[in-house]
Design a protein around this ligand. Structure first.
Ligand SMILES: Cc1ncc(COP(=O)(O)O)c(C=O)c1O
Length: 359
């Protein structure tokens, strides 16, 4: 069976399963803010129409200035991208032909972009159920690589690595003269987060990726940014196509960054829902990853293979993210986004029903 390599667009999952996509369903497979986009986007949406007749600012000057102010960094340390995904592609182009170490299971796009650029890929495998990094193993594998890419907090586990772990990795990469790329696509869902951005000025080998599509619920608009030293920004921007970030995305980004309350409300909503779900999972003998963000891995502790549960959920019109293409998970877990109160409640009802048949 050819499984879709990403969440969202459930029509492809149903096709792979030989099923017809129902008219209404609950899609838990994409990790997008359940509160929807900030209200400023809807309020100002009509204003965007008059901007589509001009080319977008290729330097994204206004948006960059906002990000620079928020993160306290120079403008020339920022590159705006058509989603984090474009920035990953640019990094893979920059690393073409090199040996790159990945900490997996992780976002599948790193491997896809690197293989398309003839990189040799090395792996450090995290083990279930804690999915934490063992530094000695990682550091010894690092010797054979030119660069390391990892995601913090990690997708699909939702696990956040400690500040001291991340700093040790950056320092070791510096000692071994390797480039280190940290994808912080979900950092803004964490209540406590130690940003690695201040370390950019100390480490010329450090690249950070940020996505704006998850928190602001704009995956259809596409927006992200990357932070690194000016010389890396220069190299990457030469690999980017001109005008790759459209005018709507640039405006949307500027407006979204203004709304600090939105992020605060999202974080606490997600934390409360995660706590509510955790209590249920414990009571009903489901195992979950130690997620600190807006998605988590789940398995029925009474099943080795989760396929029967996966099928049951699809029949109930609940769509989890399969994990067949995550090495180290191979379908033994299912990933769920944290959605609205009502949607999470529905998920719990269906999982309680499953448990009533399988105990
Ligand atoms: C870890 C991670 N990084 C980057 C991305 C790309 O995000 P976008 O291109 O929507 O900004 C995703 C999307 O799922 C992701 O999970």
């Amino acid at each position: 069976m050819k499984w879709p390599s990403h969440g969202s667009n459930p029509q492809y999952l149903f096709k792979a399963m030989g099923l017809r996509l129902p008219e209404d369903y609950l899609d838990f497979s994409a990790n997008i803010n359940p509160l929807g986009p900030p209200s400023c986007l809807q309020e100002n949406w009509n204003e965007l129409y008059r901007h589509i007749t001009v080319y977008p600012d290729p330097y994204a000057a206004k948006l960059k200035t906002k990000i620079a102010g928020k993160e306290q960094i120079p403008l020339d340390s920022i590159l705006i991208g058509n989603g984090g995904a474009e920035l990953i592609t640019l990094i893979a182009r920059m690393l073409a032909g090199k040996k790159v170490l990945l900490i997996q299971p992780t976002f599948s796009e790193y491997e896809e972009a690197l293989s398309a650029n003839n990189c040799e890929i090395l792996y450090e495998q995290l083990t279930e159920p804690d999915f934490t990094i063992r530094l000695p193993n990682l550091f010894s594998k690092l010797r054979q690589a030119d660069a390391l890419i990892f995601c913090n907090p990690n997708n699909p586990t939702g696990v956040k690595y400690s500040e001291s772990t991340v700093i040790s990795i950056i320092e070791e990469c510096d000692r071994q003269n390797k480039i280190v790329i940290i994808d912080e696509a979900f950092y803004d869902f964490l209540i406590e987060y130690e940003s690695m951005i201040p370390h950019i000025s100390k480490f010329s080998n450090l690249i950070l990726i940020r996505s704006m599509t998850k928190m602001y619920s704009i995956p259809g608009v596409r927006l992200g940014y990357l932070v690194a030293t000016p010389s890396i920004i220069h190299k990457l921007s030469r690999l980017q196509s001109h005008w790759s970030v459209n005018t709507i995305a640039l405006f949307a980004g500027e407006w979204c960054l203004e709304d600090e309350d939105f992020i605060h409300n999202t974080k606490y909503f997600i934390r409360n829902e995660r706590d509510r779900l955790s209590q249920f999972f414990q009571q009903y003998q489901y195992i979950v990853s130690n997620s600190m963000v807006n998605f988590y891995l789940l398995r029925d502790s009474l099943l080795e293979d989760q396929f029967a549960l996966f099928e049951f959920l699809l029949k109930k019109r609940i769509i989890p993210r399969h994990t067949f293409n995550f090495p180290g998970l191979e379908g033994r877990w299912l990933r769920f986004a944290i959605k609205s109160y009502e949607e999470n409640t529905r998920l719990m009802e269906v999982l309680a029903e499953w448990r009533s048949f399988h105990h």
